[in-house]
Design a binder for this molecule. Sequence first.
Ligand code: BGC
Length: 760
Amino acid sequence: MDVKALVSRMTLEEKAGLCSGDDFWHTKAVERLGIPRVMVSDGPHGLRKQDEAADHLGINDSIKAVCFPAASATAASFDPDMIREMGEELGDSCQHEKLSVVLGPAVNIKRSPLCGRNFEYFSEDPYLAGKMCTAMIQGVQSRNVGTSIKHFALNSQEHRRMSSSSDADERTMREIYFPPFEMAVKEAQPWTVMCSYNRINGVYASENPWLLTEVLRKEWGFEGYVMSDWGAVSDRVAGVAAGLDLEMPSSGGVNDRKIVAAVKAGKLDEKLVDQACERILNITFRYLENAKPDTPWDKEKQHARAAEIAADCMVLLKNEKKVLPISKRAGVAFIGEFAEKPRFQGGGSSHINCFRTTGALEAARAAGLKVTYAPGYSVEKDSLTPSRLRKAVEAAKAAKVAVVFAGLPDSYESEGYDRTNMRMPECQNRLIEAVAEANPNTVVVLHNGSPVEMPWIGKVKAVLEAYLGGQAVGEAAVRVLFGDVNPSGHLPETFPLKLEDNPSYLYYGGEGNRTEYREGVFVGYRYYDKKKMDVLFPFGHGLSYTTFAWSDLKLSRKGIKDTDTLKVTAVVTNTGKRAGKAVAQLYVGDVESTPLRPLRELKGFQKVFLKPGESKKVAFTLDKRSFAYWNEEIHDWHVETGAFTIEVGDSSRNLPLKAEVQVESTVELPRHYTPDSIYLDIMADPKAKKIMTDYMHQAMEIFGHEENSDGTTEAAKEAISEDMTLAMMKYMPLRGSLSFGGGADSEKQMEELLKLLNNP
Ligand code: BGC
């Protein structure tokens, strides 16, 4: 389709009209020119296709569909290939349902455990979130259906989500909040991007030219169209100019008319409207020309796949005395309403109308396992009646193993509002304590999208984090609990001991309409590690029913330039008696740095299947970006010359392999030495240091440290050593030699020195 030619035949009114939705889920048709309307639909871990009574908060029903695990769970798999396949399944379902774009994945960073939408988001780590969302986008789009990576950007809270400004410095945005979007755009080219509701440093994302044009298109090369989140438009004309192509759902024509008026008044270049239309139509026709509505949608097959995926996402957090896996012959009590009706998805626009759900109780009974059941707490209200408590304790006492299914009820985490604390309902905590007292083999299975406090952690033998594992989560839990599947999930986020430990604790939610991201790049483990803080479970942690050993860390070179790549290999061995999957994680740290940097950052991971006794090599390629920080002066990634640590292991706090590589920068940062520059900074710059050597002699003389002919110094007679003088001098500005040297150096000399220092 010659989209340019088509747009040239449209009237200004038709073009402005095309820049907003026809209704809740459709773009507009221009029948006279043969442009049909196409449908977009929520997800992203299943389809939420609504035909009638549309709403974007998940209140009204949609078609029956399959709910796969939410992003909080899939991230824990550390398995991009698996999530790519999940994306392919989704893409097929979209083709079947005639959907041009599925609205997701949602990739905002889990800045605080409190964000109501954390269950939809992948991680506190931008690299992991980036790899997982990229794979998912590749999977969906391989079926010629678009994705809409969302919510661009800095939408890490629900509190005041439509008005609040997320205020962060450039480095924080570039290093923490942008990379998932950047990676996806560069490696998977999502067909569309959804801009967020919030403002960024005061400017709404939907009218932010820096965000939508400079960064997204010019820097990263985004080729698709940008749509607004539902109702995220404030100033539509500014939006068109900034690069917001499609307003969703619509403004009933009000904003379309504003676009027309602005063009007529010469306030908006018509070319920008043409451009938006071209971008929208490119994607529309890309879908239409590849539409395959006869693609089958086998929901049963997808349900089975959803169970396999969910099992591979579960994280075994604790397993004392090998209480798990449970013998299939043992008498087991399942306790807690979630055993019957699991919590497997979150509330809001991603809410799927499942064609079937399987709870663990049903799955265990279907598998012929001996399981008794007591509901214990009530999900509806935070209550535990004495009779329910008694029955739960009796069931626990009568069983070999007691499994409590617990976590956060729907009302605790949802789109639209945040949590106010990190606690589970009191009734559940009380139940777990009572059951653990009644049965020494108590296991807790958790259903939650984000960390919770675990006051009972010392009293239970095992904890299995199931996250929000999709409609087949019950089957998956049973497989893992009874050992048919060896757990291999790892935490995509830190579980702090308490909410107050979280780095954003003081600032999260902000003041009025302003939320400052003051913890900067120190999000999640970047903070806990730097502070050497105890945490409940660290980022990357996950146990297995087997054991792994790590060896043979090898770097392809001892030193590289920042333009080179470095190959890193290591060997992982299954030292236990069961087959299992290990997750190799590679972290990089700058040994000494001018900017404040985290101790380590995830820069590679790989999931490997190993039979008992088997060893496999894992390989990583590191490049400039693996070592770089964002330099705000040059507005670019920069690597400081020096040593970097490379650590490999299977959690951010279990890294048995460590080596160092020397990286040399090929970029000279601009120099701005002035009379106020201090010796410390100048001497840290190798080129300036050379120039300074002569000058230093003069300076030392001023402090009486220049050697006499007999090798003694004047100050040696006093109690100030040369080291002390140097230590004191490092904070001395250049102009100090003028002040303290009685004008020994003329200003002219200083000027010449500065010229040399700034252009070495
Ligand atoms: C959500 C989006 C969603 C849209 C359409 C908004 O409220 O923030 O994630 O795609 O509604 O339902």
